[in-house]
Write a protein that binds this ligand. Structure first.
Ligand SMILES: *Cc1c(COP(=O)(O)O)cnc(C)c1O
Length: 428
């Protein structure tokens, strides 16, 4: 069984001498302990005073994801997209593993800098920033940002003239992506010359190109087309006699599963075919989902129950306005398990028990705050636990204070295995 450790010395130990201390509870475990072992151990140790809901950040997952990234995409530097999940311990772990950061606001920049990460490791990847935010970036030394309009060039010239620019382009839409980002951002190919000239006339340096193929479900083939498009922008810049571009930013859209292998192959091949002769090329990526999704597991408690014939209705203490906002999207495959805390904690699985079509509501008064519909679950009782896997991407970061339920994401336990070390690897 894993043991719960709460002393800060132990915690500091995990994060080494980085100066970054995690104040949250930490679970130490052997590398074989499953996330469910950890959750059971937390519930057992802390019951009954534990505040539900809580989530567990499994640092073993983060470490493995980084290893996999380095193996598959050795030439691509990861800049973690903070908006996906800004949990400070996740950011701290990624910083120690050598990741850089994609921030879109002063608050995101501040939390990365608070870890002692140097501003050179941040790209301000929001193509449309308010003037005060640009001024802030200048004041803290964040000197690379994206743009896709002439208006943005004017603002940057005024408030941060030493900032390097990366031109965000709009790749071919992939309608399989659940969150297309091209609706809002990205210059069209025919707008590129005007934008490059505007930057040049403003005395600003455009050092590269970025794109985002869309999150959740985009085809891994989309990277190919987008990288080719970026190449044409590099060529346009050199035809216009501008300084040579060097940054190819391939954005996010990576998912943690086997699709990552497919994406990596496409990316490596496309870089090889289209950028073979670019000597000083720096390739960066902005993975969000890839690092966050599988690293968090959410445990919620059953706080209400109704029986209507065969149908079971339950209320739990987290919902779509809290950490479960992602379950309303079709792409998200809900994986949940149930636990009962009695004299001993049992894992009630669908395999060995009769199941019922169940509806699971969140705690707010909004009737769309429904987490599961006609989902087969074993019979649950009050105070049973419903545990959701893969709850790290666009979950708590999208939560609101609706109905005063603002505390969903407060309890984050950190699980790590003492046989794994968080250390600077070769990505910085
Ligand atoms: C949201 C976002 C990302 C992260 O996307 P994922 O699909 O979660 O990897 C990366 N870059 C930019 C500019 C974004 O807006």
């Amino acid at each position: 069984m894993p043991t719960l450790v709460t002393e800060e010395s132990q915690i500091t130990n995990i994060f080494g001498t980085s100066g970054f201390k995690c104040k949250k509870l930490v679970t130490t475990l052997s590398s074989e302990a499953t996330i469910f072992d950890i959750i059971q151990s937390i519930i057992k140790t802390k019951q009954p005073e534990i505040d539900s809901p809580f989530s567990v950040l499994d640092l073993r997952v983060v470490i493995n994801q980084m290893k996999k990234w380095t193996t598959n995409l050795p030439t691509v530097k990861p800049f973690y997209a903070v908006k996906c999940n800004p949990n400070i311990s996740l950011l701290g772990a990624l910083a120690l593993l050598g990741a850089n950061f994609d921030c879109a606001s002063p608050v995101e920049i501040e939390s990365v800098l608070s870890l002692g990460v140097s501003p050179e490791r941040i790209i301000y990847a929001n193509p449309c920033k308010s003037e005060s935010h640009i001024k802030y970036a200048a004041s803290v030394g964040v000197n690379v940002t994206t743009f896709d309009t002439v208006g943005e060039v004017e603002k940057i010239k005024m408030w941060h003239p030493n900032c390097e620019l990366v031109l965000r382009i709009k790749p071919e839409e992939d309608n399989r992506a659940q969150f297309g980002l091209g609706l809002k951002f990205g210059a069209l190919l025919n707008e590129v010359p005007e934008l490059l000239k505007a930057a040049d006339e403003a005395g600003l340096k455009v050092t590269g190109v970025s794109f985002h193929i869309g999150s959740a479900g985009a085809s891994t083939q989309a990277y190919r087309g987008a990288i080719l498009l970026a190449k044409t922008v590099f060529e346009t810049a050199s035809h216009l006699g501008m300084p040579k571009m060097k940054i190819l930013n391939i954005g996010g859209g990576f998912t943690p599963g086997s699709k990552f292998d497919e994406a990596s192959l496409n990316i490596n091949e496309a870089i090889k075919s289209y950028f073979e002769n670019e000597e000083d090329l720096v390739v960066i990526g902005e993975p969000g989902t890839y690092f966050a999704e599988t690293a968090f597991t959410l445990a919620t408690k059953v706080i209400g129950k109704r029986v209507r014939g065969e149908l079971r209705e339950y209320w739990i203490d987290d919902g779509i306005h809290g950490s479960l906002g992602n379950v309303v999207y079709d792409y998200f495959i809900i994986t949940c398990s149930t636990f009962r805390f009695g004299s001993k904690l049992e894992n009630v699985t669908c395999k060995d028990t009769k199941t019922y079509p169940s509806t699971v509501f969140g705690p707010t008064l909004d009737s769309t705050d429904t987490v599961l519909k006609e989902y087969e679950l074993p019979e649950l009782e009050m105070n049973d636990w419903l545990v959701f896997s893969n709850m790290g991407a666009y979950t708590s970061s999208l939560g609101t204070n609706f109905n005063g339920f603002s505390s969903y994401a407060k309890n984050v336990y950190i699980a790590y295995s003492s046989d794994q070390v968080l250390s600077q690897e070769n990505n910085s």
